[in-house]
Design a protein around this ligand. Structure first.
Ligand code: GRF
Length: 202
């Protein structure tokens, strides 16, 4: 199974996936890593001699034009699976339509709780005693796709966004690596995933 990974930031989850994919016998191969900005995390791909590309969002007049270039880059690599791992950008509907359901996303909350760009901060602000990590199929909503894997993570007294996110990320990485493995081994069918993910209660 060939995989393209998209990031925006430091790429610690990408790094974990790269390390797992480097293990002999791992059934998936990361063929390219892309970013919506000159992300620091692209250096993790460089370390593995894996090609990278950046499509800087700020260089495009509209989200759609940005998305069209992103889709062109991705199409060139013909990945079997696209993994959003800390991509802090919503994909335009045309990009989702071009690749769905072969796009998965990792999110640092227990969806449908706390969807969106600030899931960790929102869980803290809500005074949640537990939150979680989720891996979902990307659809044209915001973190509304079918849930492929999720696990609860406790919120501890004195947590701030960083300490809570640092507790969530290792769980995210384990779930993400396992989901990619299961997709590659044909255990998970993205076209007919087990559970659906109801929209978060408003
Ligand atoms: C991850 O928790 C991801 O789910 C969220 O942002 C974080 C990215 O962290 N969208 P990193 O870039 O993988 O370190």
């Amino acid at each position: 199974l060939t995989v393209a990974v998209l990031i925006s930031g430091g790429g610690s989850n990408l790094r974990a996936l790269l390390d797992a994919a480097a293990e002999p016998g791992f059934p998936a191969r990361i063929v390219v890593v892309g970013a919506d900005r000159p992300a620091d995390g692209l250096a993790h791909a460089d370390a593995y001699n894996i090609p990278t590309f950046a499509v800087p969002y700020r260089e495009y007049a509209t989200r759609e034009e940005w998305g069209d270039e992103l889709a062109r880059q991705l199409t060139a690599w013909r990945p079997d699976l696209i993994v959003l791992s800390g991509l802090m950008r919503l994909l335009p509907a045309a990009v989702v339509a071009a690749f769905a359901p072969r796009i998965i996303n990792t999110h640092p909350a227990y969806l449908p709780e706390f969807p969106g760009a600030h899931g960790v901060r929102d869980a803290l602000a809500a005074g949640a005693e537990q939150t979680g990590a989720s891996v979902i199929v990307v659809d044209d909503g915001v973190d509304t796709g079918p849930i492929l894997a999720q696990e609860r993570v406790p919120v501890l007294p004195g947590d701030d966004e960083t300490s809570l996110h640092d507790r969530i990320k290792p769980v995210e990485r384990r779930l993400l690596i396992d989901v990619v493995r299961r997709i590659a081994e044909g255990e998970l069918d993205l076209a007919a995933p087990a559970s659906s993910n109801p929209p978060a209660a408003t």
